[in-house]
Design a protein around this ligand. Structure first.
Ligand code: HEC
Length: 354
């Protein structure tokens, strides 16, 4: 990475600081909690969605023509729609389920442009109703539609649910997907039920996360640990004033700072892509080769479902294609994220809150 870009990464980090802080900000936006008032009291006010042009979603400045080509092809993979075995028209990517939240990465990372956060029917730029609602009925055999969990609202954010504790009282914290493939036309023999969200909500056992945008994450991945440590130090007094804390999470074996996702638990964009593919869509890959759930009639493909397409000269069906086509989906997702531009500051004042 050129020195100039590294400097931009540090400036950008000064604004967002840490992946976990970003998560906290997102939950502030979602709930208007007492903490938000505290922050407002300290002089910071959430101005609401910005005005002006989107200023996001394109390739990072300075890429070569080949890199821009890979970016465009990888972005198309990010939009590809998964069905169970690729047999549903228009959904020819393979591996959905047995449990899933959505059938493409793009469904959740959409606002204000591909790679962003949750769309919204009124606020923001991408005015669609919550796309998670459609998955209850999409491709289902008549009479086998699933329930839309009560916390997924037409004009509410994309939410994913984690349970605090397992039934035996031990700590859980993992993502519990909203839907299963039971009753889909491509998994008629699967009968895996959805989690009982009503009961878990009544036990106050459900916590939510909303999608964080992926803009500029290639810079976050590349900034040296020392840059992060210095940034944490130099922003200490400003953060103290705003009541924003936090510390680095580190990778168990090599001891380096981890950077992505909830509590910055993931080391790299490639690992995150593999995990998201398995957690959100249920797809297995070379990185996450096992299904999250094994249940009769619900595990319908050899695993891993997503792997590189190595050219075999003795196999007439073996693919010869572009670098993007030859690479596994997870490689494409990571490449799209790495090459995605960081957001441009808004040239116009923020719109007032509605
Ligand atoms: C159902 C919604 C949903 C889908 C589908 C989804 N994501 Fe996400 N994504 C999230 C949420 C929620 C987060 C917030 C982080 C967390 O909870 O760990 C997130 C965070 C991320 C991050 C980390 C961002 C950061 O700043 O640390 C990456 C990278 C990412 N997603 C990539 C992907 C990829 C690649 C796919 C497709 C394989 C995908 N996501 C599909 C909801 C989704």
């Amino acid at each position: 990475m050129p020195r100039k870009t590294y400097a931009a990464a540090v400036v950008w980090l000064a604004a967002t600081s840490l992946a976990c802080v970003q998560g906290e900000l997102n939950s502030l936006q979602e709930t208007a909690s007492p903490i938000e008032e505290e922050v407002a009291g300290a002089g910071a006010v959430d101005p609401g969605p910005r005005g002006g042009p989107v200023g996001a979603g394109g390739p990072a400045p300075g890429l070569t023509a080949d890199e821009v080509g890979f970016f465009a092809a990888a972005r198309a993979k990010f939009q590809e729609v998964q069905s169970v075995s690729g047999s549903v028209a228009g959904e020819d990517s393979t591996g959905l389920g047995p449990t899933f939240n959505a059938n493409s990465c793009a469904a959740c990372h959409a606002e204000p442009a591909l790679g962003g956060t949750s769309p919204h029917p009124r606020l923001g730029f991408v005015k669609t109703r919550n796309p998670l609602i459609a998955f209850a009925a999409l491709d289902r055999i008549a009479g086998r539609e699933q329930a839309v969990p009560s916390f997924i609202l037409p004009d509410g954010p994309i939410r994913e649910a984690r349970f605090v504790r397992y039934p035996d009282g031990t700590s859980d914290g993992s993502v519990h997907d909203l839907y299963t493939i039971a009753g889909r036309v491509d998994a008629p023999l699967c009968s895996l039920p959805q989690p009982d969200f009503t009961a878990e909500l009544a036990k106050r056992n459900v916590i939510f996360r909303i999608p964080t945008p992926l803009f500029g994450l290639g810079l976050i991945e590349n900034v040296p640990d020392q840059g992060l440590i210095e940034n944490l130090k130099s922003s200490a007094s400003a953060r103290k004033h705003l009541g924003v804390g936090g510390r680095f999470n580190r990778n168990g074996n090599d001891g380096t700072i981890t950077r992505f996702g909830w509590k910055a638990q993931n080391k790299s964009l490639l690992i995150f892509a593999g995990e998201a593919y398995n957690v959100e869509q249920g797809v297995t890959s070379d990185l996450f080769p096992n299904k999250r759930v094994e249940s009769p009639g619900c595990n319908l493909n050899p695993t891993p479902e997503d792997s590189g397409n190595i050219h075999n000269p003795n196999d007439p069906k073996s693919l010869v294609g572009t670098a993007s086509e030859m690479a596994a989906d997870v490689i494409n997702f990571a490449a799209f994220t790495r090459l995605l531009a960081w957001r441009r500051p808004s040239p116009s004042p923020a719109r007032p809150r509605k």
